[in-house]
Design a protein around this ligand. Structure first.
Ligand code: PEP
Ligand code: MG
Length: 752
């Protein structure tokens, strides 16, 4: 019988007899690992590790030998959460000598933290006289025993009131970019974490293996279906694209079928663990290995394996993916798509931290719409955090600066400061709430229209909550991304009618489907694209697949049912494209009765080329809405989704201000209304500057309406226009004119 299996079988017997297990457990482990010493340290209140049982050290040291977390090898294993495997422990810089233990003769030491749900409950050690490096199997056995011990210590801790254990390791800070502003404090939920199983040992390894095999089959079958669903879309495109899609999916399937990790899970089951515990054990080991691997390709493969472990647990019926999260929980994810974010929002997360993701990605836009503070580009945080660790998410945008910070396991004092700031914020927001029913205008009485950007029916309540004057951008694709498929005409019409009903007399600008780029529906990836943001996306898809666009236009006309209807097209690059899209709308409008009382057809300005077609464009359109997210990405040739470029180019810069200025002047000459619906309009300083340029209709997420209104109410517009003109005149090739604008606003007591 193998060592782990024999050991686990004996432990099972021991626990079945209900004996006080710690001393016996220490004795058994020492015997099985052929070690002279095995000791168990348990965490006590005050972050003290106390020797709770030992085989091989002096018995009267039990209950007396104590080490602070971080002190000695034992304290170090607890503080770092990592195993320490030391042939010559006594010469390790962290070694702390405790004479009462009588440990002088023992040279080598293996110390393994005892962790449960991300918290350290103690440390398990073995020691030997001869200097030796413990091999991988021995480390594996000791870690398996530590998993079992965690359950015993947790149960004992619950009885003696010792609390929940030590949360991870030391405080860590991760800078990132602000995706959605705000502050949050709460326990983290690591996306893709495999939760600790309830049942650790199985009485009948053969039956347990049967369960495992069954679950492996179910998981692989599920993957085959998933892959089959993904492939037809790829197959409609020939050549390298289809081949590559197939290669990627096949590679994933190979990883899923890889006998290596499945064999390790099966071995652990043969050793006496339950199938869930065995998967958990192997997944935990993979995570440890992932922390050490540098090669990005291998890291991804290990990440795939971790993901598969989650699927296997789900197949075993042990997964609680859709359960609500703890109040105030902060989600940590490698990257998030808009639909995933919606799922987590439904589960109640209060903040999001992603290792990747930039402020103009659609998940970020959605986070702002939902009012969930979010930070992107926080590299390395997934590997440092455990479920349940506490974190502070600081995504406050000081004067438009986009630097965010995540503090993992914050110090007590730091946490207190942030809690105070959060309380002050709520108080300030309560003050802003008084602004809700006041019209948006500058101090000198210039009226500004503040509108909402929305994409989901659940956001419609924000119309009344913020006092917005209407909906300046309804992103029709968001609801489809949320449900994972394109809705049919009656379903779409029902959604749009609800929007119009909720808006009442207030205007609504519907934008037609803007799919592609980073907004992909499952199975709709349009083959390989070098540059998806500039690829086959948005109106380009609509014009090439006119049936899709016409169905949407019909749904919009049906929803209007005789009311006024405003429709705009995204990503228009030529007047000809606008005309083609408008022709489709007019063709549908002839067929749908009752006809809308008024039909306004406009364009978004996102592609700079339109600026050189203004005379013709302005003759044809009823309105223009500037999408600064895409406009800036194309103007500066800077991908909006690349975190390293976030904040590199500024809207408050001569080329953008000149462009907007020119647009305002020309549109006024042509009597065409212009609004801004890109996210820049939601930042008070940018909003103020746009108003300074004469852009007085701004559309933004709900969370921005009151802060922007508050700033504008204190703005002396004629004075600011003079300052802005002077700043632009004297910019002299500066990459940004933010600094002088911020200074002026501060000097005038404006809340930026
Ligand atoms: C924009 O590009 O500014 C815009 C409003 O559209 P989206 O962010 O949905 O691409
Ligand atoms: Mg856009």
């Amino acid at each position: 019988m193998s060592t782990p299996r024999r050991l686990l079988a004996r432990l099972r017997d021991l626990m079945a007899r209900g004996e006080a297990p710690l001393p016996q457990l220490a004795r058994l482990v020492a015997a099985e690992l052929v070690s002279e010493v095995c000791s168990i340290y348990a965490l006590k209140p005050g972050d003290i590790l106390e020797l709770a049982a030992t085989e091989g050290l002096h018995a009267d040291a039990v209950g007396r030998t104590r080490l602070r977390v971080g002190e000695g090898i034992v304290g170090l294993a607890a503080a770092t959460g990592n195993a320490l495997n030391l042939p010559d422990a006594q010469n390790h810089p962290a070694f702390a000598y405790r004479p009462e233990t009588g440990e002088e003769p023992f040279a080598s030491m293996l110390a393994v933290p005892v962790r449960r749900a991300g918290r350290t409950l103690g440390v398990l050690t073995v020691q030997n006289r001869t200097p030796r490096h413990y091999d991988a199997d021995e480390v594996d056995v000791l870690e398996t025993v530590a998993m079992l011990l965690a359950e015993l210590l947790a149960a004992a801790g619950a009885e003696d009131g010792a609390g929940e254990g030590l949360a991870g390791t030391l405080p860590r800070r991760f800078p990132g970019s602000v995706l959605a502003p705000g502050l949050a404090i709460g326990p983290v939920v690591v996306h893709g974490t495999v939760h600790a199983p309830r049942r650790l040992l199985a009485d009948d390894p053969v039956a347990e293996l049967g369960r495992l095999n069954h679950a492996v089959d179910a998981m692989q079958h599920g993957l085959d279906e998933l892959i089959a669903a993904g492939l037809p879309a790829a197959e409609t495109h020939d050549g390298p694209a289809a081949a590559e899609s197939r290669e990627i999916l096949d590679a994933y399937r190979l990883v899923a079928a890889d006998s290596g990790w499945l064999r390790r899970v099966a071995d652990a089951v043969r050793g006496g663990l339950s199938a869930e515990a065995a998967v958990h054990r192997v997944a935990a080991d993979l995570r440890d290995r992932m922390r050490r691997v540098v090669d990005p390709y291998l890291r991804e493969r290990l990440a795939d394996l971790e993901d598969l472990a989650g699927r296997l647990l789900a197949a075993l019926g042990g997964d609680g993916e859709a359960a609500p999260v703890a109040p105030g929980a902060i989600l940590l994810a490698r990257r998030l798509g808009p639909a995933e974010l919606l799922d987590w929002h439904a589960r109640g997360i209060a903040g999001v931290v992603a290792e990747e993701g930039s402020p103009s990605s659609h998940a970020a836009i959605l986070a702002r719409a939902l009012g969930i503070p979010a930070i992107g580009g926080a590299r390395g945080i997934m590997e440092s955090a455990e479920d349940g660790d506490e974190a502070i998410l600081d995504a406050e945008e000081a004067a438009g600066a986009s630097h965010g910070l995540v503090i993992l396991r914050p110090e007590h004092d730091v946490k207190q400061v942030y809690q105070r700031v959060i309380e002050e914020h709520s108080a300030r927001q309560a003050g802003w709430a008084a602004l809700r029913d006041r019209p948006a205008e500058t101090r000198d009485g210039t009226k500004v229209r503040l509108m909402l950007n929305v994409g989901l029916a659940l956001e419609l309540t924000q119309l009344d909550a913020t006092g917005a004057e209407g909906i300046g951008l309804f992103r029709t694709e968001i609801a489809m991304l949320a449900r994972g498929a394109i809705a049919d005409v009656p379903q779409q019409a029902a959604v749009y009618a609800r929007v119009l009903d909720a808006a009442g007399d207030r205007p609504v600008l519907f934008r037609t489907l803007d799919l592609g780029g980073d907004k992909l529906l499952p199975g709709t990836r349009p083959g390989y694209e070098e540059n998806p943001a500039m690829g086959w996306r948005s109106l380009r898809i609509g014009l090439d697949r006119p049936a899709l666009l016409r169905r949407q236009l019909r749904a919009l006309l049906l929803a209007a049912g005789g009311r006024k209807l405003s429709v705009m097209f995204p990503m228009v690059a030529t007047v000809a494209e606008f005309r083609a899209a408008r022709a489709l709308l007019l063709a549908e409008a002839v067929r749908v009765r009752p006809a809308p009382e008024r039909l306004e057809i406009g364009t978004m300005l996102e592609v700079p080329a339109l600026m050189w077609q203004l005379p013709e464009l302005l003759r044809d359109v009823d309105f223009v809405s500037v999408g600064t997210n895409d406009l800036l990405q194309f103007l500066f040739a800077a991908d909006r989704g690349t975190p390293a470029l976030a904040g590199r180019y500024d809207l408050l810069s001569p080329p953008v201000l000149d462009l907007l200025d020119e647009l305002v002047v020309r549109a006024a000459e042509a009597s065409v209304p212009v609004s801004v619906c890109g996210d820049a309009a939601s930042r008070p300083l940018e909003a103020m500057t746009m108003v300074g340029l004469g852009l007085t209709t701004l559309s933004m997420p709900a969370s921005a309406i009151l802060p922007v209104k508050a700033l504008l109410s204190g703005l002396d517009l004629p004075a600011f226009r003079q300052v802005l003109a002077a700043v632009r005149r004297t910019a002299g090739g500066a990459a940004s004119v933010r600094e002088p604008i911020v200074s002026w606003a501060r000097e005038h007591g404006l809340p930026v």
